[in-house]
Structures are given as structure tokens and as C-alpha cells.
Design a protein around this ligand. Structure first.
Ligand SMILES: *Cc1c(COP(=O)(O)O)cnc(C)c1O
Length: 370
């Protein structure tokens, strides 16, 4: 086979010409980290772009979510969460000191189902940690109703949700706190990085302290913090990426819309991305390979691999089936029927801004091959 391998994503690099002047500023100032000038600029530029006031930049989303949980006081008890996510979602709950409890997902949005969340509430429940899976907004109103009526905190793992808006408002402004990931594979990246979105300045300052060992000022440490700081280098990458983010999002939308055109009405396949909806970021293009499709998901995945196309089974296996979590009562095989079905059917097709039409045609042809 002569064609180059096609991976599910290709990290988007900023223009070197946009990065180099920023690197020169780092070399000139000698300030490499610890709330440096580029980090402050990046924080305020992001805040403007995303339309949320209180942002704390962090080294990555896993640490960011762990610290957001701590800041929200969730260091014991139970946190209801989705099994259909990247494993870091549950790891952050455990690292903060609480125990994940899995609830089922909605078959259309693939996000936590508020009705299933209610069934998992016990006297030990402290919070809900929901995920805007593949950038599709959760039922934020439904989850808020559940959280409010049971006195629970509501946090969002928004690792996939950069730039997503709902009813003209940033999705990051819902719930008590949200956490973005800027990992290389995400829609917006700083190579490694992330951000915690807080509802007010006081909470943001609490998060900032936790990212810096718990220092309140040079002489006083007020909490058992971590080192979760973002460096000036990553902030420089972020500033440069932000110059082109609208083009990146538009290019992703074009690729997703083209998939939708060719795959949207195929019997047995369901395209699970809200392509065409305004405010969406086209984080991924998940298809669900149902029982009416001539072949099953694994066979389709293998066929694509034989043609050098590396689609990914996100999110299979479920977090609840992974070794650290499989013994939890809420991970029992008979529970989570919808999450189980989706995990067995889902396949994310390659989607990145510079995926050209000829390459996409190769992918589509193999999905549709008889
Ligand atoms: C990528 C990802 C994370 C982890 O982000 P990092 O910045 O790599 O720590 C957490 N949750 C979800 C849903 C993710 O996809």
C-alpha cells in the first residue's frame, strides 16, 4: 500500500512567524514561568475570545480538574460522572480524594443523562463531573436542576469544548467550574496546557494558589497545592495559536459538513456530531455503527486500518471497565446499558483542519465499501 497513513487527528501547529517574536520576548525578559508577562497576556486574550471573565491557565487539564475539584471542596465522598470519556475524568476525581460513581449517558448527545444521575445520588454524593463529549453541550439545564435540588456542585470537564457556545453564551459559563484542555490533540493546543474557568475572582485566585504550591504570597502557604503552572513557552504557543483559531474552526466545520453530506443518510450508520449547529467546534466526527450496518464497528475499523486509515474507538473501553474502576458497584456490567452500546458502536473518523478532500474521499469510500 503506497498511500500515507491517515491518523484520527493531526496536531495543529501555529505559524512559526507568529511564535518567534514571542520567543524573543521570553529570551529578552529571562522570565520563563510563574505568572509571566506572556501568560498574563494569554489569559486576558483567551478571556476575551471565549467570553468568560475568570481563567486560570494550567499545565494540563488533568491537573486543572483535580485542582478545580479541590477548590470546590470535593476532596471526599462521591462524584457522579460519565464512563464515556477519557480516563483522566475519573482520575481527577480520585486524585482530588473522592470516588467516581458512574451514571448512564443520553443516546443522542452521548453526555451524562440527568435522569440517570438522579438514580445514583446517595447521602455521600458531593458533586457531578460532566463532560461535554466531543464538544457537544451537556443538558446544562437538566444537570443544574439535579445539582441545585440536591445541593451538589456541578463541574464540567470541558476538554473538548473550546469555543463552544450555547444560546449565544460560552458553554464554559455553565456550572460551578469548567476545565479546558490544550493538549496537542485538542481543537486548540499549546502543546500541553489547559485552563480552569471560575465563576468569580476569588475562586480564580484560589485555583491560582493551588497551581503554585498553595502560595498566597512569598511568605505564606495556605493550601497543599501542586505545581500545575503553565510556562511562558506554552503561553507563547497559545497566543500564536489564537491568531488563527477562527480559520482552524472553519476548516474543521468544512470537513465535518462534508462527512455529513456523504455519511449522514447511510442506513445503519448514525453520525453523532451536531454538525451544522451554530456554536459547535467539530471536535470529532463520531459515527455509531449500528446492527443494521452490513459490518460491525470492529470490522469496519480493521478494514480502514488495512487501507492505512487509523480511525479511533473513542471512548472504548468505558472508564468503568478499566482496571482501577471496574470493581466499583456503579461499574457493574448490567448497569450503564446505553454507554455500553455506544462504546461498542462508536468510531471517530479522521478530522483535522488540513484534511484535504482527496484524502477524505479515500476515508469515505472505505466506510461505504460493500
Ligand atoms: C484530553 C482529555 C483530558 C485530559 O487533558 P490533558 O490536558 O491531556 O490533561 C481530560 N478529559 C477529556 C475528556 C479529554 O479528552
Amino acid at each position: 500500500m503506497s498511500s500515507d497513513p491517515i491518523y484520527v487527528t493531526r496536531p495543529h501547529l501555529p505559524e512559526l512567524a507568529d511564535v518567534l517574536p514571542l520567543l524573543e520576548q521570553i529570551w529578552d525578559s529571562g522570565l520563563l514561568t510563574n505568572n509571566g508577562p506572556l501568560l498574563q497576556r494569554f489569559e486576558s486574550a483567551l478571556s476575551d475570545y471565549l467570553g468568560v471573565a475568570h481563567i486560570s491557565l494550567v499545565a494540563n487539564a488533568t491537573l486543572g480538574t483535580t485542582l478545580a475539584m479541590e477548590q470546590a471542596g470535593i476532596t471526599s465522598g462521591e462524584v457522579i460522572t460519565t464512563p464515556f470519556s477519557f480516563v483522566a475524568t475519573s482520575h481527577s476525581i480520585k486524585r482530588a480524594g473522592a470516588t467516581p460513581v458512574f451514571a448512564d449517558i443520553d443516546p443522542v448527545t452521548l453526555n451524562l443523562d440527568p435522569a440517570s444521575v438522579v438514580k445514583q445520588i446517595t447521602p455521600d454524593t458531593k458533586a457531578i463531573l460532566a463532560v461535554h463529549t466531543f464538544g457537544r453541550p451537556c443538558d446544562v439545564e437538566g444537570l443544574k436542576d439535579v445539582a441545585d435540588s440536591h445541593g451538589l456542585k456541578l463541574l464540567y470537564d470541558a476538554a473538548h469544548a473550546f469555543g463552544v457556545r450555547k444560546d449565544g453564551r460560552s458553554i464554559l459559563s455553565y456550572g460551578d467550574m469548567s476545565v479546558l484542555s490544550f493538549h496537542a490533540t485538542k481543537v486548540f493546543n499549546t502543546f500541553e496546557g489547559g485552563a480552569v474557568i471560575s465563576p468569580d475572582r476569588e475562586t480564580k485566585e484560589g485555583v491560582d494558589r493551588l497551581t503554585n504550591f498553595g502560595f498566597a504570597d512569598t511568605d505564606s502557604v495556605e493550601a497543599i497545592g501542586l505545581n500545575a503552572k503553565m510556562s511562558e513557552f506554552n503561553a507563547a504557543i497559545g497566543l500564536a495559536q489564537l491568531c488563527k483559531i477562527d480559520e482552524v474552526l472553519a476548516a474543521r466545520a468544512r470537513v465535518a459538513e462534508r462527512y455529513m453530506r456523504y455519511l449522514g443518510d447511510v442506513p445503519g450508520l448514525r453520525c453523532a456530531s451536531p454538525t451544522g449547529e451554530s456554536g459547535h467546534n467539530h471536535y470529532a466526527f463520531p459515527i455509531l455503527v449500528g446492527p443494521d450496518y452490513p459490518i460491525d464497528r470492529d470490522t469496519l475499523c480493521e478494514r480502514l486500518e488495512q487501507h492505512n486509515i487509523f480511525a479511533r474507538k473513542y471512548f472504548y473501553p468505558l472508564i468503568s471497565d478499566m482496571a482501577p474502576y471496574a470493581q466499583l458497584p456503579s461499574a457493574a456490567p448490567k448497569s450503564l446499558p446505553i454507554a455500553r452500546k455506544v462504546a461498542a458502536e462508536v468510531l471517530c473518523l479522521p478530522l483535522y483542519p488540513d484534511l484535504d478532500e482527496a484524502t477524505q474521499d479515500r476515508i469515505i469510500a472505505q466506510v461505504l465499501a460493500k
